[in-house]
Design a protein around this ligand. Structure first.
Ligand SMILES: Nc1ncnc2c1ncn2[C@@H]1O[C@H](COP(=O)(O)OP(=O)(O)OP(=O)(O)O)[C@@H](O)[C@H]1O
Ligand SMILES: [Mg+2]
Length: 510
């Protein structure tokens, strides 16, 4: 007798511990499948059962997750709902105990079942059967066993409900985030009615960053290859900033010789030289707005020092003047150059670099986000189609494929010019491969050559630029148009190439 109650006590303790463990284990959010599996194992182990099942139900009372032990999982899973004891628990929502039930086609055994309920809804049912003989107990379930199963079902139901709510919340959060991103994109589009296109994850990150940084006063350094949209980003930042009603003043630091650049930036005081009128600099003109220092990597070293001083002191001193004029501008800068390498070669000041690069936005080259090409093509087709008076312009699949294969050294600008050019050439509103003036190798025609010849992108660019320049007999404007880059960029390319191929130097410049 004493031994018997001792055994009872131990069993109760075991069950309590198991409940405690399960409560803790189920409290960590896990997929529903794992939760049901965990429930099953605990029930089998604690209740010394030989068979068991657990399943969860969705809102329409279809089986969502099912896990069995010692019996087959029925196919389809919903078949389990036809078993008489289960039907009964579903209807009554009460636990129950059945003596000798032929459950799921197995041998007859005792069965105890409990509904998993959360609030008003039934979330599933758990049941075990076939009590093993152990210790002094004979093989049948007792009142305590059922109580344990009911408690386990309650904890399990709450855990599954939690996990589901969490999932619903995270779906909701993702939807909200999507909506938020769309709003941001729409906001970016509204300025000047220009749309920054790019659904690729790389561009999404850029657009997110642009939208976030626009609000602030932080200096932004915009980087990326030629034609990737650096200026567009600068305009978007300004247009969506608190300074949007002020001026946006851009200056191309690569286009002017040093002294001219200096007076353009900082202005000239009357009388500095005869015949020169006093002139405000760009910093003054940008008052209340934004200054965009384009090609900032091309500023000569001496001028870099002056620029740094202006940025630090937020004052400019005009050429030939003694007065210091306070500046009220936000500073955006852009470059395609490798500033870090320039710093190493002491061609660019590190202190200036850190001033400009409070936030950095890097625009990925088009060849790294080819999935954006179709949408960009669509956009430019509409834009230039409208201008040419064409409605409903289309592009054939082959033509689009041809574009997808091309590496676009001139990036989005090259694509834009290409589409513009193709619309000027085409006679009907359908762009086919023949309307696209791409280098031959991109059409896939020179198959044999392509199999053995794998030039690097730089080399390919060099060859292509050479080919185009030969074709235009060295006419830079024509060549720039074909290449889809501006003349300045073409000069730069040619300069870089001249070190590799001295013959390029002999071209006439028009
Ligand atoms: N994501 C984009 N969506 C739509 N148009 C774009 C996009 N990116 C660039 N463009 C267009 O491509 C052209 C080139 O862009 P932008 O002038 O901003 O490039 P950039 O990086 O400043 O080039 P560069 O280094 O040669 O000065 C512009 O006409 C611009 O409107
Ligand atoms: Mg630019």
């Amino acid at each position: 007798m004493a031994q018997q109650s001792n055994f009872e006590l131990r069993r109760k303790l075991l069950q309590l511990e198991a409940l405690y463990d399960v409560g803790r284990a189920l409290n960590t959010l896990r997929p529903e499948g794992e939760l049901t599996e965990e429930l099953m194992h605990r029930a089998i182990a604690v209740l010394d059962a030989m068979v068991g099942f657990v399943f969860s139900l969705d809102e329409k009372l279809n089986v969502q997750q099912i896990f069995t032990f010692g019996v087959e999982i029925p196919a389809p899973a919903n078949a389990i709902l036809a078993e008489p004891p289960i039907k009964q628990v579903l209807a009554s929502r009460e636990p129950m105990s059945v003596t000798v039930s032929k459950f799921l086609g197995g041998a007859g055994s005792d069965l105890i079942l409990a509904p998993m309920i959360s609030g008003e809804t039934i979330i599933g049912i758990i049941g075990v059967g076939g009590k093993e003989e152990r210790g002094a107990k004979s093989g049948s379930f007792v009142e305590d066993d059922l109580r344990f199963l009911v408690s386990l079902a309650a904890i399990g139901g709450a855990a599954i409900d939690n996990a589901r709510n969490f999932y619903k919340l995270s779906v909701l959060r993702e939807t909200l985030e999507d909506e938020n991103r769309n709003l941001k994109q729409r906001m970016l589009r509204d300025y000047n009615d220009r749309l920054m296109i790019g659904d690729s994850p790389k561009m999404q990150r850029v657009i997110d960053l642009v939208a976030r940084v626009a609000d602030s006063q932080a200096s932004v350094l915009i980087r990326g290859e030629s034609g990737t949209g650096k200026e567009m980003v600068a305009r978007l930042i300004h247009g969506n900033s608190p300074r949007k009603d002020g001026p946006f003043v851009a200056i191309n630091c690569a286009a002017l010789p040093e002294t001219l650049l200096e007076s353009e930036l900082f202005g000239i005081e009357r009388g500095v030289a005869t015949g020169v009128d006093a002139r405000p600099g760009k910093f003054e003109l940008a008052k209340g707005g934004t200054i965009f220092l384009d090609e900032v990597g091309d500023i000569p070293l001496a001028l870099q020092a002056k620029l740094l001083r202006v940025l630090q002191e937020r004052e400019v001193e005009k050429l030939g003047g003694r007065r210091r004029i306070p500046i009220d501008v936000r500073i955006l800068a852009a470059t395609h150059r490798d500033l870090e390498q320039m710093i190493e070669k002491t061609e660019f000041r590190q202190d200036l670099y850190y001033r400009l690069k409070v936030v950095e936005i890097v625009l990925p080259p088009l060849r790294d986000r080819k999935e954006d090409i179709p949408k960009l093509v669509r956009f430019f087709l509409d834009k230039y189609g409208k201008r040419e008076g064409l409605t409903d312009v289309r592009i054939t699949q082959e033509a689009l494929q041809k574009l997808m294969r091309y590496p676009f050294p001139g990036n989005v600008r090259e694509l834009e010019n290409l589409i513009e050019g193709s619309l000027a050439l085409t006679t009907d509103p359908v762009i086919d491969p023949g309307d696209l003036a791409l280098p031959e190798s991109a059409s896939g025609a020179g198959g044999v050559e392509m199999l053995t010849d794998f030039p690097s992108l730089d080399e390919l660019e060099r060859r292509y630029v050479t080919r185009v320049l030969t074709y235009t007999k060295g006419n830079m404007s024509k060549a720039a148009k074909i290449l889809g880059v501006d003349r300045k960029t073409l000069y730069r390319m040619r300069e870089a190439m001249s070190q590799l191929a001295p013959t390029v130097d002999s071209w006439d410049v028009h």
